[in-house]
Design a protein around this ligand. Sequence first.
Ligand SMILES: [Zn+2]
Length: 108
Amino acid sequence: MSSEYSYANLVFLTVLTAANAVTGLISMAIMNSKGRSGLVGFLLGFFFSVAGIIVCAILPEDALHLHQRMTRMIPPAAPRSAPVCPRCGQPLTAIVRFCPSCGGQITP
Ligand SMILES: [Zn+2]
């Protein structure tokens, strides 16, 4: 009887550990995507289960990682599409009829 109980207990612990490993991996993935420590994320998810995942989700993105991501997102300058004045070559920032630099008429 007691051996059956300990077996059930072992199964329960194994399932619990496996479930915590899954939540740990999810937390680790969240932390990695935020540029934070994946190990800390795994431990949070492992020991605090779903609560650990929530903590990882609430945590703000690492400042340096956010900066790097934003820098990557900025598209490179496209000088080809920018209109320029046909007379003086001044770049035109908006659709204007006359060049703000030399006063030349801009033909669309
Ligand atoms: Zn001009």
